[in-house]
Design a protein. Sequence first.
Length: 377
Amino acid sequence: MTTIKILLTAFVIVSMVTTASGQSSDFKTYSNYDFVAGNKVLFFDDFTSGNVGDFPVMWNTTGSGEVVTTDKYSGKWFRINPSSMTFLDAGLKPVENFTVEFDLFIIKDEDNLETVQISLFSSDIDGEVTGYDGLAPTDLYPGKSGIVLNFATVFNNNADETDGEHTYRVYNNETQKGLDGKATKKASLLELGKLYKFSFWVQKTRLRLYINEEKVFDIQRAFPEKSKIDQIRFWAPEFGETYLYITNFRYADATEDTRSKFLTEGKLISYGIYFDSGKDIVKPQSYGAVKEIATILSENPGVKVLIVGHTDSDGDDAMNLDLSKRRSENVKKVLVSEFKIDVNRITTDGKGESEPIADNKTTENKAKNRRVEFIKQ
């Protein structure tokens, strides 16, 4: 029989309710959630390396912002101030297929329905990257081509949701063509102060966007053929004094075919299985990634699996070792209970921080070390 080794990742910090068995009670609500995070981390920022009160060093803006802590949610957050167009200073390394994930919540002072804007675009104009100068405050459709996504907010969940909806505009500044559209279905508006996980999945010209478990957009022609998307931008309107808070920003290459990689190379690293910081319960946002694993196992009934958890170096060595073992055991429980994989095919272990694949000196490398790996033996 064949053996696979699996190694785990986690960095998301949202709380959840658990059942008596320890698994999330809302895991099944993600049963239609097919998002799978890219496996090659190209950029990660949870703002832990920045000082509170400073603007984060890897970002730039036409306005202002700062690293903060909040009594609403743990960790450090990048607060983007009103009327500030904020983007990655070095941009995104262009790849054909990629995922972008981050946690976000919104605060504003006035009781009015208003949108916040997130844009993905190609900043290459006539062979030159526009950078900061090409992102003037009035530049609503920056760069060569891209998509602007507008997300409607609702104040304390009191506004009539029929008064607002999520929309997008696909544009091409070379051809002066644009296409407006609405959410894939009537999606929930963003409640102020509520924590959301945004997950973008780009496959060539196609863009899918999920907010928590809900697929909000699925756009087949979001970008022109052969476009090189190399920038993301956040914008909060001045009206209503709207503030955006983001953390756990992760950009990853999703080009590889995970099933093919497993079968041909015998090794697969997955970054789509999430846990709360310091916890061992598999978060429901992991559904797509665990389902992908379960499908491979179901199609290869002669395969046995060893699940091994790995952490970064933060915290006590012994505690990290114990945590990694408990996490791997809970992944096993999900595979057995949710996807009906034979329990006799799965064993578990944990290595804690003892086998890093990158040094733990940077936030990005720590994200790489929190991982799940499948090794076919």
